[in-house]
Design a protein around this ligand. Structure first.
Ligand code: F6R
Length: 367
């Protein structure tokens, strides 16, 4: 059932070209220039007239939510807030019937997310679900929703569910933006063509980084700390990269927005600190270059995720992982793949049980 892979996690990482494709299938109709999502379309006025969208989730799904904020605000120009379900539900949040609440949950059973949704529903908000498990509790309580079609995710560390969640959020942002006129037709058409080509790019990244990430991983088996940095869309991707590493390898890792480094974490940097920096061409590249210079000056070990043909960051990096160029909004999907592989191999070489990390359960049904 692991399809020849040593662990479910590796199998699921490799399934991503298919899971992203399956999540778009029947929804993204490139030739017709249409995104079909009944859950959105049937309630499009609720979205259009929403005061704001509040995304609630936990863990990896919360990271997807943060990227959803960048997507929906950029393309649909609707204000978005992203909250941990556990914080939202206990802080007497202001919710009205003009709010739309989107819950993101792979399992559809996470207790805090479920409770937060119930609260939002009581206060009259329209509640929307992005779940992977069909007919799960969250899928049933929501007014409408879109399933991620990632297929069953067995590894406790979420991988293909995450990129499928990003795919749905991208579709929602583009669909709402097109509908409310914030996303012009020409840009819409070019973005959806690029979205359609993403599974191929993920495939390419798997092929070109699989061996490379194994080799890099070998050098960091004894590491005790890691920093992950990114800006813009790739700031949440950095958070997710760090979470993957810590939960399966038990190495302490932190994700940060790259510019925040100088407000504290830079004090940690010396020759023993590995730093993964996500630095694609599109997205504050020049700013990232200066962040990398600051790290280099302090002798941090730099693992850079860059676009093919990159020079400036690559010349300063100790390890270079190349990914194909995409529009900025798609880069977290492509950049996450080698970070999943890197975390996976570091954990495997440390002898950890990657599919079932200690103290963790696949769905957290207690608060
Ligand atoms: C991390 C991970 C967890 C889950 C979190 C939410 O790899 O799997 O952080 O993302 O427990 O779970 P769902 O999405 O099922 O609500």
């Amino acid at each position: 059932e692991k399809g020849g892979y040593e662990h479910f996690m590796l199998k699921e990482i490799f399934e991503q070209p298919k899971s992203v494709h399956d999540t778009m299938r029947g929804r993204l109709l490139v030739d017709e220039g249409v995104i079909k999502m009944a859950g959105i379309w049937d309630h499009v006025e609720r979205f259009k007239n929403a005061n704001r969208i509040i995304i609630i989730a936990c863990g990896t799904s919360w990271h997807a939510g943060l990227i959803g904020e960048y997507l929906i605000e950029e393309y649909a120009r609707i204000p978005v807030e992203v909250e941990y379900a556990s914080e939202f539900r206990y802080r007497n949040p202001i919710i009205t019937d003009k709010d739309v609440v989107i819950a993101i949950s792979q399992s559809g059973e996470t207790a805090d997310t479920m409770a937060a949704l119930k609260l939002a529903k009581e206060k009259g908000a329209f509640i929307y679900g992005i779940c992977n498990v069909v007919d799960s509790s969250i899928a049933r309580i929501t007014d409408a929703g879109s399933y991620t079609h990632a297929g069953p995710e067995i590894g406790v560390a979420s991988t293909k569910a995450f990129t499928a969640q990003l795919t749905i959020l991208t579709l929602i942002a583009f669909k709402l933006g097109k509908h409310n006129g914030n996303l012009g037709n020409a840009e819409f058409m070019s973005l959806i063509a690029e979205l359609d080509a993403l599974p191929k790019k993920i495939e390419e990244v798997l092929n070109t980084t699989h061996e490379l990430t194994q080799n890099i991983a070998k050098d960091f088996v004894k590491a005790t700390n890691f920093l992950y940095l990114g800006r813009g869309y790739n700031y949440p991707a950095a958070l997710e990269g760090a979470l993957k590493l810590k939960e399966i390898s038990y190495i302490h890792a932190e994700g940060y927005p790259a510019a925040e480094m100088k407000h504290g974490p830079i004090a940690l940097i010396d020759e023993n600190m590995p730093i993964v920096i996500i630095a694609p061409k599109k997205g504050h590249y020049d700013k990232i270059v200066s962040n990398v210079q600051e790290i280099k000056a302090r002798k941090g070990k730099i693992i850079a995720v860059v676009n093919k043909g990159d020079r400036q960051v690559s010349e300063m990096a100790d390890y270079v992982i190349e990914i194909p160029e995409t529009s900025e909004c798609f880069s977290p999907i492509v950049a996450s793949v080698p970070l999943q592989l890197l975390a996976y191999y570091i954990a495997v070489y440390r002898g950890a049980n990657v599919d079932q990390p200690r103290n963790l359960a696949k769905s957290v049904t207690v608060e």
